[in-house]
Design a protein around this ligand. Structure first.
Ligand code: ZN
Length: 419
């Protein structure tokens, strides 16, 4: 099935949307200085991120358009109007969507003055929040602890309360919030708006989209954090120009997002892309999922640190320190790193055998290793590939903010669908 046929190229429209919206949206210059990052609250670390503007709009015209988008119909299924049923169907095409973008921050639509969406990326330890303009620029960012030790109900209240506070912040900045995007880890039923399960956050069947929508009185888009990050890397990050790629953040945990024909593929149960639990070393290290030798247990931040501690009894080094020692020529660190990279190569070759992508984008903390990771990874994959084509491998462009960017993109999609 060629889903691209259903979707006109978006990136061109996105650029138009950016250009048009940039006329009307708030800019750093149009908002008082204190408003960019908000009043600093010692309990709520806050920072402006001018560098994000560079990543979202820096060279938008330098690559070919692509399709990476959630189709309006799909976005509609993820959208819930507050107090109402899911929005049926979709009225518009991307052409109308791009035209509508001109009105987002202007006089069109229901909102007057500059507009924004509320973006929330819920992680195991930190919730990243942002107010994001129509062009993808962060107008305000804020991080709060997830507070998972308080249990799932407390986490839920933190998420909903954070969203509510961001709405108040937006209004204080003279911005009209149009929608919210919330992305979460674990098993996610985006269509139903339900956080099905998370090992870290310990929730089950949590109707999070409805809870946030009821509190905010705004449309809320809801999805999986890594798939949202893949969406963002596809539209505005390292995978622009690729309709079929794998986005694989490597950090404490390992989960992937396959983008197929321009869309993050969730699978029948919302469980696609769980590459971290491919068994690559049978009988190997125990994994949090209950199996042994999973990719996540053998090649993640903690796994690299554990491998080093096993190789050098009594030594302690984080994954980043191991990478630094590789750069310094430490033979033990180099051996440990080579073994870990080989694990990743084996896992990726399995992934490629299942879905023949034209690009792999490595994200998460370990992607900061750059060529220290990518060069040997590519070499080992080429040595071991049989039927697979080893595609280009790149480090992610959006870093830790990919999920938050994705939440914002989904929220703006929801605004379009609601129009
Ligand atoms: Zn596992």
């Amino acid at each position: 099935m060629n889903r691209q046929a259903e979707q006109p190229p978006l990136a061109a429209d996105w650029r138009v949307a950016e250009e048009r919206a940039s006329d009307a949206r708030p800019t750093a210059a149009s908002i008082p200085d204190t408003s960019i990052s908000g009043e600093p609250d010692p309990s709520q670390p806050t920072s402006g991120r001018p560098e994000l503007r560079a990543t979202t709009s820096g060279d938008a015209t330098s690559r070919e358009p692509l399709v990476n988008d959630v189709a309006p119909r799909e976005a509609a299924s993820r959208l819930r109007e507050p107090g109402g049923p899911p929005v049926p169907g979709t009225p518009g095409s991307h052409r109308s969507a791009s035209g509508a973008a001109a009105g987002r921050g202007g006089t069109g639509g229901t909102a007057a003055g500059p507009t924004c969406v509320i973006a929330l990326d819920v992680g195991g330890t930190i919730i990243k929040g942002g107010l994001v303009g129509p062009g993808g620029d962060f107008l305000h960012t804020e991080r709060r602890p997830t507070g998972r030790d308080g249990g799932p109900e407390a986490v839920t209240e933190r998420i909903v309360g954070f969203a509510d506070d961001l709405r108040a912040t937006a209004e204080g900045l003279g911005l009209t919030p149009r929608a919210a995007g919330v992305v979460v880890p674990g098993i996610v039923d985006a269509g139903a708006g339900v956080a099905v399960w998370s090992a870290n956050l310990r929730w089950r069947d949590l109707p999070l989209r409805a809870l946030v929508a009821e509190r905010l009185g705004l449309p809320v888009a809801f999805d999986h954090d890594v798939r949202a990050g893949g969406l963002a890397e596809g539209r505005i990050g390292a995978a622009r120009g690729s309709g079929n790629f794998l986005f694989l953040p490597l950090g404490t945990g390992v989960a992937g997002a396959f983008v197929v024909d321009g869309r993050p593929y969730a699978g029948a149960q919302g469980r696609a892309g769980e590459i971290g639990h491919i068994v690559v070393r049978p009988g190997g290290a125990p994994c949090g999922c209950g199996a042994h030798g999973c990719l996540e247990a053998e090649m993640s931040g903690p796994a690299v640190a554990r491998r080093y501690a096993e190789a050098v009894p009594g030594a302690h080094a984080t994954a980043a320190e191991v990478v630094a020692r590789v750069g310094a020529g430490d033979p033990v660190a180099t051996q440990v790193w080579h073994e870990a990279v080989a694990v990743l190569a084996d896992g990726l070759l399995i992934a490629l055998a299942l879905l023949d992508t034209d690009l792999i984008v490595i994200g998460g903390g370990l992607s900061r290793a750059g060529e220290t990771l990518i060069a040997p990874l590519r070499t080992i994959m080429l040595e071991r590939a049989t039927v697979q084509h080893v595609p280009h491998i790149e480090a992610a462009a959006l870093g830790d903010d990919a999920g938050c960017h994705g939440a914002a993109l989904l929220a703006w999609d929801a605004v379009e669908v609601a129009r």
